[in-house]
Design a protein around this ligand. Sequence first.
Ligand SMILES: Cc1cc2nc3c(=O)[nH]c(=O)nc-3n(C[C@H](O)[C@H](O)[C@H](O)COP(=O)(O)O)c2cc1C
Length: 192
Amino acid sequence: MIRIKIITGSVRPGRFNIQPATWIYEIAKKRIDMEAELLDLLNINLPFLDESVPPSQRQYSKGHTKKWSKIIKEADGFIFVTPEYNHGVSPVLKNAVDYLFYEWHYKPVSFISYGSLAAGSRAVEHWRGIAAEIKMYDLREQVMLSNYWENLDENGKYQFNDAHEKSANTMLDALTFWARKMKEARAELQKQ
Ligand SMILES: Cc1cc2nc3c(=O)[nH]c(=O)nc-3n(C[C@H](O)[C@H](O)[C@H](O)COP(=O)(O)O)c2cc1C
């Protein structure tokens, strides 16, 4: 079974992030072609990177790093749910990514982004450059929520519609396809 891990990109009080993260998790859970898990960085609670040796050396000293490594290693693909902060990526998600190296290799990543008119797309473009360095395969298929605050009900709940769900499933189709292919590729690479 393909294991897809959804990672939140904000831990701020009152964050919007958890809404799209929970929404995509519920959609992913209904599918039979994947096993989805929601990784909320608020609970994972990693400190700012506190390892003395770079992750490419694989000499983890801290319990939280070893635990995070195991969680990411067992995944076949990812969804990063990302805000855009000053036209860049959110520090909490970048920090979580920077902790590890090999664990991300040869795995696909899709994005859900949100923000003003550009819908967080500038943050996603930054993520694509970062993904290349950690040998992730970033997928074109993504979900974008522009001016998300215009689509909240009186309780602050985002009104997802059928078009959103359709683009979410298009993204998940691509993600599982590549996650399967890259799982095979990883097995082949391990044999070498
Ligand atoms: C530090 C900071 C910088 C921001 N910069 C941008 C930005 O560059 N582009 C944008 O569309 N929204 C920006 N915003 C507004 C965010 O889209 C909005 O606050 C969103 O709710 C942040 O996601 P979060 O609530 O999940 O943390 C910024 C917000 C913060 C807190």
